[in-house]
Design a protein around this ligand. Structure first.
Ligand SMILES: Cc1cc2nc3c(=O)[nH]c(=O)nc-3n(C[C@H](O)[C@H](O)[C@H](O)COP(=O)(O)OP(=O)(O)OC[C@H]3O[C@@H](n4cnc5c(N)ncnc54)[C@H](O)[C@@H]3O)c2cc1C
Length: 344
């Protein structure tokens, strides 16, 4: 366990915005966690968790509450009675991209569409991370977490985690710190069916096809790179958090009206019908590279917000507000920010 004081948080996030943490506790070993719990005994509030900072905006004034950075790594594959199914236990700080790579190389299927998503595995249940038709809820079996309210370690089955479209009981709650996760994966030679047109086109296969998982992951990475949705894909747009807004849910008449305008309206794994937030942003009149506030603009390759030199949390929030209002005015659809805020 490493404790540091007055630590700038901006370099620990992908947006590179925000002030200092009064204290930052970093874990490489889970065995140190009980010592940290003991130290937190007199703290009025639970710590703020930070993984790779790829979905957070840190306030300009920083964060007075202790920040806990999970840097624990490692995974363990457990056989089950079913020869085709294994359980994989993963430490919270393990990078998701490393997990996806390992699973593919081990011939395990179920997370191949998540290739290229930045962040730690421990953060994945927070917003039920997902892409191209796959979500963490498809494979998550259970989560081991520290429950700051009960003051003890708990095991939550996936069904108790409230996993929905980019949400869960962990989203915007500081009650739990995720310590490790258990996934259930299938041994198979072919991926889960490809349900996204862009990925199918990249693979040159019909929708619904299954192909070797490594090929699917490669195709997903190519599609993501085109949109700047892989952190190393574009120097210019790298200060990003991916999508800033949830894909909004739309009801029957609105969905029909938007479809007539050519909007990508799709059914999501939780049964909801949603329209692409980036399509709405473009439809509302924001061009690529459109400047929004000081140091904040629309990306040069995708309709999402990115930061440049001089950006602040205040400017980013103002930019979010500008986009939100103009999208509502021009399309009648209300966007909701996906980003989590850290700070006072
Ligand atoms: C280029 C880019 C593309 C992206 N594409 C996608 C995508 O396709 N799909 C998608 O779903 N997301 C996507 N994201 C968002 C982001 O990668 C995910 O939300 C990711 O899970 C965040 O992981 P992190 O470790 O960076 O978490 P952080 O950003 O550090 O934290 C995110 C939230 O999780 C909490 N948290 C982190 N670790 C823990 C823990 N151990 N216990 C409890 N709470 C914790 C934090 O307090 C915070 O509220 C993208 C981001 C970027 C930059």
């Amino acid at each position: 366990m490493r404790v540091s004081y007055g630590v700038p948080l901006a370099p620990l996030t992908t947006l590179r915005i925000g002030g200092q943490a009064t204290s930052l506790v970093e874990f490489q070993e889970l065995a140190d966690f009980p010592d940290f719990v003991e130290e937190m005994r007199h703290s009025p509030a639970p710590p703020v968790c930070l993984g790779e900072g790829s979905n957070v905006l840190v306030g300009d004034q920083g964060c007075a509450t202790p920040v806990l950075r999970m840097a624990t790594r490692g995974l363990r594959v457990r056989e089950t009675d079913d020869r085709d199914r294994v359980l994989v236990e993963v430490q919270a700080g393990h990078p998701l991209r490393d997990l996806v790579e390992t699973l593919i190389s081990e011939g395990l299927v179920g997370m191949e569409m998540l290739a290229g998503i930045p962040g730690t595995t421990g953060a994945t249940p927070v917003q039920n991370v997902g892409a191209y038709g796959q979500e963490v809820s498809d494979t998550l079996r259970s989560v081991q977490a520290w429950d700051w309210e009960l003051g003890r370690r708990v095991t939550l089955n996936a069904s108790e985690c409230g996993l929905g479209h980019r949400t869960s009981i962990f989203k915007r709650s500081r009650r739990w710190t995720v310590l490790s996760l258990l996934f259930s994966l299938r041994r198979a030679e072919l991926s889960t069916p490809v349900t996204y047109r862009s990925v199918a086109e990249e693979l040159d296969v019909p929708l619904g096809s299954s192909v070797p998982p490594a090929q699917v992951a490669q195709a997903v990475l190519t599609v993501r790179r085109r949109k700047g949705m892989v952190l190393d894909s574009s120097e210019k747009d790298r200060r990003s958090i991916g999508s800033v807004f949830f894909s909004p849910e739309v009801g029957g008449p609105t969905a029909a009206r938007l479809r007539d305008l050519g909007a990508p309206v799709a059914r999501f794994p939780d049964g909801s019908t949603r329209v692409s937030a980036s399509w709405l942003i473009r439809q509302a009149g924001f061009d690529l590279n459109h400047p929004l506030t000081h140091g904040v603009r629309i990306s040069s390759v995708h309709h999402t917000l990115v930061a440049d030199e001089g950006a602040s949390a205040a400017a980013f929030c103002q930019a979010v507000d500008i986009v939100l209002r103009q999208v509502l005015d021009r399309t009648g659809v209300l966007l909701t920010p996906e980003i989590d805020f850290i700070g006072d």
